[in-house]
Design a protein around this ligand. Structure first.
Ligand code: COA
Length: 217
């Protein structure tokens, strides 16, 4: 059997929801989520709730048998995604965050303080690119399922789906150089590039941050 031949890609189904949430937490911040953050339900809500509960038909999963190994979650209209997120998801994430006890610890409070500092300094601001690249996606695979062609097939599944919906372009936010190289190999180009200092105190280095896009016409 060829590498990756046992891994299939199919449309997301409601029964995949828990696996998608787990993988999103495990791989948050390029797998370097600090201080047990990867166990937090509010984090899974922030990363996946829009896709699983408000636009589930635009996502795909990589599976081996019944086991979900990875996903691409997508939104064909990034503007709608942000409106729904602001209205329905942000209040829920804030509520869960406050009651989670996450802030009971000096190092976690420092991390949140760092996040606020970066936000106030405008580090999370970015150009939109929404007119030419209206769709957005996120992709993550379990560590053991990488470099076996599943990522490429997930991207193809989403881009073919989006093209069939008449979408003219797709963009993705990328937080590591290996992921940037993966997207380049899938025909994406770097549209915008900067650095985030948000996790610098936990990683001892700045995080690269790329917005990458692919035209679908
Ligand atoms: C990035 C990711 C989705 C790629 O999926 P994958 O299944 O490992 O990638 P594939 O096997 O389909 O790779 C296809 C091609 O992309 C390129 N590529 C993939 N990973 C690469 C890497 N780390 N560095 C350089 N090129 C890479 C190669 O050209 C590869 O073809 P090859 O294996 O024949 O050389 C996956 O590794 C992952 O989930 N990583 C952790 C989370 C992450 O970074 N997500 C993206 C955040 S936006």
């Amino acid at each position: 059997m060829n590498a990756g031949e046992d891994i299939k890609v199919r449309a997301y189904a409601p029964g995949d929801r828990d696996a998608v949430r787990r993988i999103s937490r495990d791989s948050a911040f390029a797998g370097l989520a600090p201080h047990g953050m990867g166990k937090e339900e509010w984090l899974a809500d922030a990363l996946t709730l829009y896709f699983t509960d408000f636009e589930p038909h635009s996502s795909f999963v990589a599976v081996r048998g019944d086991e979900v190994l990875g996903y691409v979650t997508g939104a064909v209209d990034g503007g709608r995604m942000r409106r729904v997120t602001r209205r329905h998801i942000v209040p829920r994430v804030i509520g869960k965050f406050i009651t989670s006890g996450f802030l009971c610890g000096a190092s976690r409070r420092r991390l949140v303080g760092e996040g606020l500092r970066c936000w106030v300094q405008g580090e999370f601001r970015r150009p939109g690119f929404r007119r030419a690249y209206p769709a957005e996606l996120h992709i993550n695979l379990d560590a053991g399922a990488r470099r076996r062609g599943a990522g490429r097939r997930l991207i193809t599944a989403f881009t073919e789906y989006a093209r069939a919906q008449g979408v003219i372009g797709v963009q993705v936010s990328v937080l590591s150089d290996p992921a940037r190289d993966f997207f380049k190999a899938q025909g994406f180009a770097v549209l915008y590039q900067t650095e985030r200092t948000f996790l610098q105190k936990t990683r001892d280095e700045k995080s690269p941050w790329y917005i990458m896009g692919k035209k679908l016409t």
